[in-house]
Design a protein around this ligand. Structure first.
Ligand code: ADP
Ligand code: ZN
Length: 308
């Protein structure tokens, strides 16, 4: 029997940057490239050029996994499967991301949201190892979540959009109207990096730990963790993304979460916030690890055998 290529491709397609990797497994990356997300034409051409070049030097890949910012079409029976659909990000609406990369390379492909990719990476190699039910949330340019139940991502008719949950908003304490173009003061409109920048007039990474911004931020994120707990009863909530590099937020969020929970009987996991609300373990690499894992799974499906 002809042996399968032992290399896999992965793309973490983010709204700020694209990370492309080739590897033997999620923990054995042999090449990587990163470039800013500019126009679809330029960015997708850069991704395709990376894979074409690496395949020439390293050999063929068995499959590719693409974990993409959204909203995306995840329905394999839809004519727009693999597309970014309607996004406020200029120029990217109705873009065939999967076709422009995997279609051009002619290899089996898997497609999912960026957060489901990161969640899969954390499930296999990071902070969700051994769990059945958990939620990975990114608080970065936007807010999104990968919700895993029985070790599988919940997809539904599109995919969950935790970022657009409506939040309690005390306008006396916090008169900011929010920055979401659809809802104003939804979760993303209040806590994503660009929302913080709009509200405080400076980039989130320049706000010192004692700034009042972080108390408000912790209040909203504690309410989010409670809403996620009430809706999905996960065993753990992982909070990642650029804004969560502010590590001092974690104790603040846990303390407020306990206050919001207010003794409600919601499962053992949530009663121990130190192990319940946690940072990612793979740092910036969860998405690319997840994309490689997605590629391995689709290669196995395509052949019905283990790729070696
Ligand atoms: P993406 O959302 O494209 O995946 P990130 O998760 O890195 O990218 O999120 C980028 C956002 O996070 C930006 O709005 C930026 O201001 C914010 N950010 C990045 N680093 C920090 C930091 N150390 N502290 C607070 N905010 C940060
Ligand atoms: Zn919104």
């Amino acid at each position: 029997m002809k042996s399968l290529p032992s290399l896999f491709g992965g793309v973490e397609a983010g709204g700020t940057k694209f990370n492309c990797v080739i590897g033997r497994s999620a923990s054995e990356i042999t090449a990587r490239a990163s470039f800013p997300t500019t126009t679809p034409e330029e960015t997708l051409a850069n991704a395709l050029a990376f894979f074409t070049r690496e395949i020439e030097t390293q050999g063929p890949i068995a499959a590719i996994g693409v974990a993409c910012f959204g909203p995306v079409d995840l329905n394999p029976h839809s004519p727009r499967y693999g597309y970014i659909t309607e996004t406020p990000k200029p120029d990217w609406s109705n873009t065939d991301v999967l076709g422009a990369i995997a279609g051009e390379l002619g290899v089996p492909a898997a497609f999912d949201t960026d957060v489901n990719g990161s969640a899969l990476g954390e499930l296999t190699l990071g902070a969700a190892q051994g769990l059945e039910d958990f939620v990975y949330v990114t608080i970065g340019t936007g807010v999104g979540a990968g919700i895993f139940s029985n070790r599988q991502p919940i997809k539904g008719s599109m995919h969950p959009e935790i970022g657009h949950l409506l939040m309690p908003h005390d306008r006396e304490r916090d008169p900011f109207e929010g920055a979401c173009p659809f809802h104003g003061n939804c979760l993303e409109g209040m806590v994503a990096g660009p929302s913080l920048e709009k509200r405080w007039g400076r980039k989130a990474e320049t706000l010192p730990p004692e700034h009042e911004a972080w108390d408000l931020q912790a209040d909203y994120l504690a309410a989010m963790c409670w809403n996620i707990t009430a809706a999905y009863s996960p065993q753990r909530i992982i909070l990642g993304g650029g804004v969560m590099k502010q590590a001092h937020l974690f104790p603040k969020i846990r303390e407020r979460f306990l206050r919001v929970m207010n003794g409600y009987p919601c499962g053992a996991a949530a009663r121990d916030p130190n192990h319940y609300i946690v940072p990612p373990q793979l740092e910036g690499h969860a998405g690319e690890a997840g994309a490689i894992l997605m590629a391995q799974a689709v290669a196995q499906e395509a052949t019905g055998t283990m790729a070696v």
